[in-house]
Ligand binder design. Structure first.
Ligand SMILES: [Zn+2]
Length: 233
Protein backbone atom coordinates (compact mmCIF):
# COMPACT_ATOMS: atom_id res chain seq x y z
CA UNK A 1 0.00 0.00 0.00
CA UNK A 2 2.81 2.39 0.96
CA UNK A 3 4.62 1.56 -2.30
CA UNK A 4 1.43 2.17 -4.23
CA UNK A 5 1.02 5.57 -2.59
CA UNK A 6 4.69 6.40 -3.18
CA UNK A 7 4.42 5.36 -6.82
CA UNK A 8 1.31 7.53 -7.22
CA UNK A 9 3.21 10.47 -5.71
CA UNK A 10 6.06 9.92 -8.19
CA UNK A 11 3.57 9.75 -11.08
CA UNK A 12 1.88 12.94 -9.84
CA UNK A 13 5.24 14.70 -9.87
CA UNK A 14 5.99 13.62 -13.44
CA UNK A 15 2.43 14.07 -14.71
CA UNK A 16 0.63 16.49 -12.38
CA UNK A 17 -3.08 15.57 -12.32
CA UNK A 18 -5.59 17.72 -14.16
CA UNK A 19 -8.38 19.48 -12.30
CA UNK A 20 -11.46 17.18 -12.20
CA UNK A 21 -13.84 20.15 -12.45
CA UNK A 22 -12.44 21.96 -15.51
CA UNK A 23 -10.16 19.23 -16.93
CA UNK A 24 -7.88 22.00 -18.00
CA UNK A 25 -5.67 23.46 -15.30
CA UNK A 26 -3.35 21.45 -13.09
CA UNK A 27 -4.47 20.39 -9.65
CA UNK A 28 -1.92 21.31 -6.96
CA UNK A 29 -1.08 18.58 -4.45
CA UNK A 30 -3.47 18.56 -1.51
CA UNK A 31 -6.30 20.37 -3.30
CA UNK A 32 -9.25 18.58 -4.90
CA UNK A 33 -9.44 21.03 -7.86
CA UNK A 34 -7.29 23.71 -9.50
CA UNK A 35 -7.04 27.01 -7.66
CA UNK A 36 -9.40 28.81 -10.07
CA UNK A 37 -12.18 26.19 -9.69
CA UNK A 38 -11.58 26.00 -5.96
CA UNK A 39 -12.36 29.69 -5.65
CA UNK A 40 -15.46 29.36 -7.85
CA UNK A 41 -17.06 26.13 -6.58
CA UNK A 42 -20.55 26.60 -5.07
CA UNK A 43 -19.66 25.58 -1.51
CA UNK A 44 -22.47 24.54 0.77
CA UNK A 45 -22.10 26.21 4.11
CA UNK A 46 -24.18 24.51 6.71
CA UNK A 47 -26.72 26.61 8.54
CA UNK A 48 -28.65 26.23 11.77
CA UNK A 49 -30.70 23.06 11.87
CA UNK A 50 -33.97 24.97 11.38
CA UNK A 51 -32.65 26.44 8.13
CA UNK A 52 -30.82 23.38 6.90
CA UNK A 53 -31.90 22.72 3.28
CA UNK A 54 -31.08 19.01 3.59
CA UNK A 55 -33.15 18.27 6.67
CA UNK A 56 -35.83 20.68 5.36
CA UNK A 57 -36.14 18.68 2.12
CA UNK A 58 -36.76 15.47 4.05
CA UNK A 59 -38.99 17.12 6.67
CA UNK A 60 -42.08 15.04 7.44
CA UNK A 61 -40.60 12.12 5.53
CA UNK A 62 -37.58 11.07 7.55
CA UNK A 63 -36.52 11.89 11.11
CA UNK A 64 -33.00 13.33 10.89
CA UNK A 65 -30.50 14.57 13.44
CA UNK A 66 -28.46 16.51 10.90
CA UNK A 67 -27.61 16.86 7.23
CA UNK A 68 -24.70 18.36 5.33
CA UNK A 69 -23.15 18.62 1.89
CA UNK A 70 -19.88 19.81 0.45
CA UNK A 71 -21.35 21.66 -2.54
CA UNK A 72 -24.50 22.92 -4.18
CA UNK A 73 -25.24 21.05 -7.39
CA UNK A 74 -25.44 23.63 -10.17
CA UNK A 75 -26.55 22.35 -13.58
CA UNK A 76 -23.84 22.81 -16.19
CA UNK A 77 -21.67 24.33 -13.49
CA UNK A 78 -18.39 23.24 -11.93
CA UNK A 79 -20.05 21.05 -9.31
CA UNK A 80 -21.90 19.07 -11.99
CA UNK A 81 -18.63 18.56 -13.85
CA UNK A 82 -16.96 17.37 -10.67
CA UNK A 83 -19.76 14.86 -9.98
CA UNK A 84 -19.74 13.74 -13.64
CA UNK A 85 -16.00 13.12 -13.44
CA UNK A 86 -16.50 10.93 -10.35
CA UNK A 87 -19.56 9.01 -11.58
CA UNK A 88 -18.92 8.55 -15.27
CA UNK A 89 -15.17 9.01 -15.76
CA UNK A 90 -14.09 6.62 -13.00
CA UNK A 91 -12.27 9.28 -10.97
CA UNK A 92 -12.00 7.39 -7.70
CA UNK A 93 -9.27 9.68 -6.34
CA UNK A 94 -11.58 12.70 -6.56
CA UNK A 95 -14.42 10.80 -4.85
CA UNK A 96 -12.03 10.07 -1.97
CA UNK A 97 -10.70 13.64 -1.95
CA UNK A 98 -14.17 15.23 -1.66
CA UNK A 99 -14.95 12.91 1.26
CA UNK A 100 -11.70 13.87 3.00
CA UNK A 101 -12.33 17.55 2.32
CA UNK A 102 -15.82 17.43 3.81
CA UNK A 103 -14.45 15.41 6.74
CA UNK A 104 -11.91 18.14 7.53
CA UNK A 105 -14.64 20.80 7.40
CA UNK A 106 -16.82 18.79 9.78
CA UNK A 107 -13.97 18.19 12.21
CA UNK A 108 -13.24 21.93 12.21
CA UNK A 109 -16.91 22.74 12.95
CA UNK A 110 -17.50 20.02 15.55
CA UNK A 111 -17.71 21.48 19.01
CA UNK A 112 -18.02 18.11 20.71
CA UNK A 113 -16.80 14.59 19.99
CA UNK A 114 -17.79 13.08 16.64
CA UNK A 115 -21.52 12.28 17.04
CA UNK A 116 -21.67 9.54 14.39
CA UNK A 117 -20.85 5.91 15.11
CA UNK A 118 -20.76 4.45 11.63
CA UNK A 119 -21.01 5.49 7.96
CA UNK A 120 -23.33 3.61 5.60
CA UNK A 121 -23.20 4.40 1.85
CA UNK A 122 -26.18 4.18 -0.51
CA UNK A 123 -25.40 1.02 -2.52
CA UNK A 124 -25.17 0.50 -6.27
CA UNK A 125 -26.71 -2.47 -8.05
CA UNK A 126 -23.94 -5.01 -8.77
CA UNK A 127 -24.30 -4.60 -12.53
CA UNK A 128 -23.72 -0.87 -12.26
CA UNK A 129 -20.90 -1.50 -9.81
CA UNK A 130 -19.18 -3.81 -12.30
CA UNK A 131 -19.62 -1.28 -15.06
CA UNK A 132 -18.44 1.71 -13.01
CA UNK A 133 -15.70 -0.13 -11.11
CA UNK A 134 -16.50 1.43 -7.73
CA UNK A 135 -19.41 2.87 -5.77
CA UNK A 136 -18.83 6.63 -5.70
CA UNK A 137 -20.89 7.01 -2.50
CA UNK A 138 -18.80 4.34 -0.76
CA UNK A 139 -15.48 5.95 -1.77
CA UNK A 140 -16.78 9.40 -0.74
CA UNK A 141 -17.83 7.80 2.58
CA UNK A 142 -14.39 6.19 2.94
CA UNK A 143 -12.78 9.65 2.70
CA UNK A 144 -15.14 10.92 5.41
CA UNK A 145 -14.57 7.84 7.59
CA UNK A 146 -10.79 8.22 7.36
CA UNK A 147 -10.83 11.83 8.57
CA UNK A 148 -13.60 11.39 11.17
CA UNK A 149 -11.98 8.22 12.53
CA UNK A 150 -15.16 6.13 12.40
CA UNK A 151 -15.90 2.87 10.53
CA UNK A 152 -17.75 2.50 7.24
CA UNK A 153 -19.76 -0.55 6.33
CA UNK A 154 -21.03 -1.48 2.87
CA UNK A 155 -22.45 -4.76 4.24
CA UNK A 156 -25.74 -3.36 5.50
CA UNK A 157 -27.64 -1.80 2.59
CA UNK A 158 -28.05 -3.72 -0.67
CA UNK A 159 -29.65 -2.94 -3.99
CA UNK A 160 -30.83 -6.28 -5.41
CA UNK A 161 -32.98 -4.69 -8.14
CA UNK A 162 -31.47 -2.36 -10.69
CA UNK A 163 -34.60 -0.26 -11.38
CA UNK A 164 -35.04 2.24 -14.18
CA UNK A 165 -33.08 5.40 -14.47
CA UNK A 166 -34.79 7.87 -12.13
CA UNK A 167 -34.45 10.62 -14.72
CA UNK A 168 -36.82 8.77 -17.07
CA UNK A 169 -39.66 8.52 -14.52
CA UNK A 170 -42.26 10.86 -13.14
CA UNK A 171 -41.99 11.80 -9.48
CA UNK A 172 -44.76 9.42 -8.32
CA UNK A 173 -43.39 6.30 -10.01
CA UNK A 174 -39.89 7.34 -8.99
CA UNK A 175 -40.88 7.17 -5.32
CA UNK A 176 -42.67 3.82 -5.79
CA UNK A 177 -39.67 2.30 -7.56
CA UNK A 178 -37.12 3.56 -5.07
CA UNK A 179 -39.03 2.13 -2.12
CA UNK A 180 -38.81 -1.39 -3.58
CA UNK A 181 -35.15 -1.13 -4.52
CA UNK A 182 -33.22 -1.59 -1.27
CA UNK A 183 -32.76 -4.35 1.29
CA UNK A 184 -31.02 -4.40 4.65
CA UNK A 185 -28.82 -7.19 5.97
CA UNK A 186 -26.75 -7.59 9.16
CA UNK A 187 -28.83 -5.15 11.27
CA UNK A 188 -26.54 -5.84 14.25
CA UNK A 189 -23.97 -3.53 12.61
CA UNK A 190 -26.23 -0.47 12.95
CA UNK A 191 -28.50 -1.34 15.90
CA UNK A 192 -28.45 1.39 18.58
CA UNK A 193 -26.02 3.51 16.55
CA UNK A 194 -26.05 7.01 15.11
CA UNK A 195 -25.70 6.27 11.40
CA UNK A 196 -24.29 8.72 8.90
CA UNK A 197 -25.92 7.76 5.59
CA UNK A 198 -23.97 9.05 2.57
CA UNK A 199 -24.78 9.52 -1.12
CA UNK A 200 -23.44 11.52 -4.05
CA UNK A 201 -26.28 13.96 -4.89
CA UNK A 202 -29.46 14.85 -3.00
CA UNK A 203 -32.27 15.75 -5.43
CA UNK A 204 -35.81 14.70 -4.41
CA UNK A 205 -34.46 12.70 -1.47
CA UNK A 206 -36.39 9.54 -2.46
CA UNK A 207 -33.30 7.31 -2.35
CA UNK A 208 -32.09 8.61 1.00
CA UNK A 209 -35.63 8.46 2.41
CA UNK A 210 -35.96 4.81 1.43
CA UNK A 211 -32.53 3.83 2.80
CA UNK A 212 -33.07 5.92 5.94
CA UNK A 213 -36.38 4.21 6.74
CA UNK A 214 -34.77 0.80 6.40
CA UNK A 215 -31.97 1.79 8.79
CA UNK A 216 -34.44 3.17 11.33
CA UNK A 217 -36.79 0.18 11.05
CA UNK A 218 -33.84 -2.10 11.82
CA UNK A 219 -32.74 -0.28 14.95
CA UNK A 220 -30.54 2.71 14.05
CA UNK A 221 -30.82 5.03 17.07
CA UNK A 222 -30.27 8.24 15.07
CA UNK A 223 -29.69 9.21 11.48
CA UNK A 224 -27.78 11.99 9.72
CA UNK A 225 -27.18 12.54 6.00
CA UNK A 226 -23.99 13.51 4.19
CA UNK A 227 -23.84 14.15 0.44
CA UNK A 228 -21.28 15.52 -1.98
CA UNK A 229 -23.80 17.95 -3.45
CA UNK A 230 -27.39 19.07 -2.94
CA UNK A 231 -29.53 20.47 -5.76
CA UNK A 232 -31.15 23.86 -5.33
CA UNK A 233 -34.93 23.75 -5.50
ZN1 LIG B 1 -10.27 23.62 -12.51
Amino acid sequence: MAWKTLWQDVLDLIYPPLCPACNHDLRPAGLMTCLRCFSQLPWFSNCDLKDNPITDRLAGRLLLSDGFALLYFVKEGLSQQLIHQIKYKGDRATALAVGQWLGHQLVKDLKTACPWDIIVPVPLHKRKLRHRGFNQSEVFGAGLAEVLGIPLTADVLHRPRAGQSQASQGQESRFATVFQTFELQRPELIRGKHVLLVDDVLTTGATLESCGHLLQQHGAAALSLGVIAVTQI
